[in-house]
Design a protein around this ligand. Structure first.
Ligand SMILES: NC(=O)CCC(=O)C(=O)O
Length: 262
């Protein structure tokens, strides 16, 4: 299957510009044969957290209509990164996922809020998992800081995900953590990890390095330090092969480590 990874330069607080750029990229990805397109975190507003009252997408309605229409027209699955949403009187960091018929198959509010970027001061956290199907493919999606919580990703793998999509705004300062954590999540869960980060105008802040990693831990693609669209070919049957080679799921002894869930 061909993945279209959109390592977007997200414009701070400029919702119109971001929508228009995302549409261009999704169309280009579909033209180049992508069957699943993946976007980064908070691509509508970036971290304009102080301005969410005016900028956040109310109930995600605009983003939902936009992604659904493109998914259906271009017959492409869209893991729609995340957008800032307002639901009731609260703000969320919300991932929306559409299948290639334009149907909403995943809606997920980021579960772990990242204090270093003040998320906890402005956003509310979600409480539900994000497993979904793209055709026959079992998949899941999480957002950025979530990858530091292996139990959370394991739960998604146990619930049938063969690929973990990660949308992020992961800063340059900790980019080594990003790479190591993503590779670990792929190896321990014997899953594909498809992780799309953003670019900022000043690369000292966000420098991309998006990644596609297969279940044995081999890195199939790493993004550069500029805005880019990458088309990456993956063979999802590799998951079953790796899980047969080392039967980690059969060898688990959850009774020994239940306490980690407390
Ligand atoms: N947007 C985020 O969740 C950033 C997470 C991060 O930088 C980290 O080190 O974790």
């Amino acid at each position: 299957m061909k993945l279209g990874c959109i390592q977007l330069q997200v414009a701070f607080g400029d919702v119109e510009k971001n929508f228009s750029r995302v549409e261009e990229f999704i169309r280009e990805a579909a033209n180049k044969g992508a069957e699943i397109v993946i976007l980064p975190e908070m691509w509508n507003t970036s971290y304009a957290l102080e301005k969410l009252e005016g900028l956040a997408d109310v109930d995600g309605e605009r983003t939902k209509a936009f992604l659904s229409q493109l998914a259906k027209e271009l017959h492409v699955h869209i893991v729609g990164g995340s957008v800032a949403t307002k639901k009731g009187d609260k703000f969320y960091n919300t991932m929306l996922v559409y299948n290639n018929e334009g149907e909403l198959v995943g809606e997920y509010d980021k579960a772990h809020l990242f204090r270093l970027m003040d998320e906890h001061l402005h956003l509310s956290s979600g409480n539900t998992q994000n497993n979904f199907k793209l055709g026959d493919l079992g998949a899941a999606g999480v957002i950025c800081y979530d990858i530091r919580f292996p139990e959370w990703l394991r739960l998604h793998a146990l619930n049938g995900a063969k690929v973990l999509f990660v949308s992020a705004q992961w800063p340059t300062a900790r980019i080594d953590h990003w790479k190591t954590l993503l590779q670990a999540r792929a190896i321990e869960n014997q899953c594909f990890v498809v992780a799309v980060n953003r670019i900022s105008r000043n690369k000292d802040n966000f420098n991309g390095q998006s990644m596609v990693i297969e279940p044995w831990g081999e890195i199939l693609w790493t993004g550069g330090e500029d805005e880019e669209l990458a088309i990456v070919d993956v063979d999802f049957s590799k998951v079953d092969e790796v899980r047969t080679r080392i039967p980690v799921y059969d060898d688990r002894r959850p009774e020994l480590y239940q306490d980690v869930l407390k």
